[in-house]
Ligand binder design. Structure first.
Ligand code: XMP
Length: 526
């Protein structure tokens, strides 16, 4: 099994390395740097100097950490980092660590600072040169530390001090090593982006080469190079943004030599399978195979109540359907997958990343299939995937699609799944989506959907008693699905949706709105 990613360009692409000491904002630092147009990679704090230098970075950032530099197992980087001649910016723990390692003094926390803290700039160059810092209101940073640098290392000067007289920023212009005690990457540090950009552009002399266009050019070249003159590639499409972007990249790179398989398990939303199939068929030059496996999935799931069992059955069936088709095509050597950067980090290849996904996505295909893998999005954050998709001309219906679980509506029908329940849920969900979109609220919500609760209750329809299912509506705000807040939707909107669902769907007896946040709830009901 060989892996090919888009970034096989080695030292050619200008990049910054972030050594991740396990700080809660490490990923955010990476996103800010990329938003500035500079490519960066998060590496474990203990990455060897040899490995770092192989990447030929223009700068190195030392992240924050929950540890104290005085804790027994305090994470440390390879000492060669400090003498390698590459500019360094230490953030919070990173500043304390470099201070200690280079001969300064760090005091164990007696005066912790948390939250927004004002500072006075002592020396503008190179981090605080922008006009914005002339306004004292902007001279503050988000702090979250116990230890503090008491004395900077020899040859360092103080660039900024807090009102508590702690060191907010230090630097050695000769060696181009800097430290900031605050977190420039967080929203609550008003000049934070400027500090990062000054480091990137004035100190490291980076240029803004990381753009969706440059990514696409590079990825296309790598795909062409990998596939050579004759090899064929297969790609599983789900209708989601990641697999669609992979497909459009393949299309650009090798056109007709790509084959696309869309396994329709029947659990997409109303009209969605037809909509995405139409798009793929019209826009992709390679063969597009639409496998209608709806009955097959329903049969496999008949009588299954347990959500995890549902997930496993759907995942296994998906692989089986895909595999049978792909292997029957004979001459395919490569499988293209939409793995993205957070998946790479979450699967533990970077230390300090605490979040492990519990959901194995439908569409994640096992290595045993025997194809070599191409993962062109392996270095992209989700928002970068969307930017690349937009540059490739994907429509908003795909790019702005709300997150949707791989097993789809199957985990939104509580209890056993039948075709009847599925049809009813699709209608209710379509009504809710339509009204949210009409009210211009779609872009403000993370996810919004209907749930078939599996409870039948009594109601009155016409002059008769009527027994029928309860439909629940769920709409949440979230940043990353790890936590979520239930959305305070306008009452008149809820009223309209409720009236339409009970009016237009004969069986529906009642509509309820879910007011549980996460935690303690989860976003999905199963
Ligand atoms: P929960 O329900 O755990 O969901 O709060 C968090 C996010 O994950 C999505 N989700 C899934 N995605 N396969 C997926 O690909 C799944 O089995 C699955 N279950 C939940 C959910 O929609 C939300 O965005």
């Amino acid at each position: 099994m060989k892996y090919f990613l888009a970034d096989d360009s080695g030292s050619f692409r200008e990049k910054v390395v972030i050594l991740d000491f396990g700080g809660q904002y490490s990923m955010l630092i990476a996103r800010r740097i990329r938003e500035s147009g500079v490519y960066c990679e998060l590496l474990p704090f203990d990455t060897s100097w040899n490995k770092i230098i192989e990447l030929n970075p223009a700068g190195i950032i030392l992240s924050g950490s929950p540890a104290s530099v005085y804790s027994e197992d305090a994470p440390r980087c390879d000492p060669a980092v400090y003498s390698g001649g590459i500019p360094i910016l230490g953030i919070c723990y990173g500043m304390q660590l470099l201070s200690l390692e280079l001969g300064g003094e760090v005091k164990r926390g007696t005066r912790p600072e948390f939250g927004r803290t004002s500072f006075n700039v002592v020396e503008k160059k190179p981090l605080f040169t922008d006009d914005l810092f002339l306004d004292q209101a902007n001279n503050c940073g988000w702090m979250s530390h116990q230890d503090e640098v008491l004395k900077p290392p020899p040859n360092f000067t103080v660039l900024a001090r807090t009102e508590n007289n702690t060191m907010a920023a230090i630097g050695d212009n000769n060696r181009k090593i800097y430290g900031v005690q605050f977190h420039p990457e967080v929203f609550h540090t008003p000049g934070g982006n400027n500090v990062l950009k000054n480091f990137l552009f004035s100190v490291c002399e980076c240029s803004q080469t990381w753009t969706p266009r440059s990514f696409i050019d590079n990825a296309v070249e790598i795909i062409r190079h990998t596939l050579g003159e004759d090899d064929k590639v297969v790609c599983a499409l789900s209708g989601g943004v990641d697999s669609s972007v992979v497909a459009f990249l393949l299309d650009k790179a090798v056109g007709e030599r790509a084959v696309y398989i869309f396994v329709d398990h029947g659990f997409l939303r109303l009209g969605e399978a037809e909509q995405v199939a139409k798009l793929y068929r019209e826009r992709l030059k390679g063969q597009f195979i639409h496998l209608d496996a709806r009955q097959q999935f329903l049969e496999k799931l008949a009588g299954v109540l347990d959500p995890e069992e549902k997930r496993m059955i759907i995942g296994a069936e998906f692989i089986k359907v895909f595999k049978d088709q792909a292997l029957s095509m004979g001459d395919i050597t490569y499988l293209a997958q939409g793995t993205i950067y957070p998946d790479v980090i979450e699967s533990g290849s970077v230390s300090g990343a605490a979040v492990i996904k519990s959901h194995h996505n439908v569409g994640g295909l096992p290595e045993e299939l025997g194809f070599d893998l191409i993962e062109p999005l392996r270095e992209l954050f989700k928002d970068e995937v969307r930017l690349v998709g937009a540059e490739l001309g994907l429509p908003d219906t795909i790019l702005k699609r709300q997150p949707f679980p791989g097993p789809g509506l199957a985990v939104r029908i509580i209890g056993d799944i039948t075709e009847k329940k599925l049809i009813l849920l699709k209608k209710a969900d379509a009504i809710f989506r339509e009204e949210i979109i009409k009210s211009d609220l779609a872009d403000t919500l993370w996810q919004y959907f209907a749930v078939y609760t599996g409870i039948d209750v009594v109601g009155v329809k016409g002059d008769d008693r009527h027994y029928g299912p309860v439909i629940a509506l769920r709409a949440v705000h979230s940043e990353d699905a790890m936590t979520a807040d239930w959305a305070r939707l306008p009452h008149n909107l809820l009223e309209k949706v409720s009236a339409r669902i009970t009016g237009e769907i004969e069986e529906a007896a009642r509509v309820v709105y879910d007011i549980t946040s996460k935690p303690p709830g989860t976003i999905e009901w199963e």
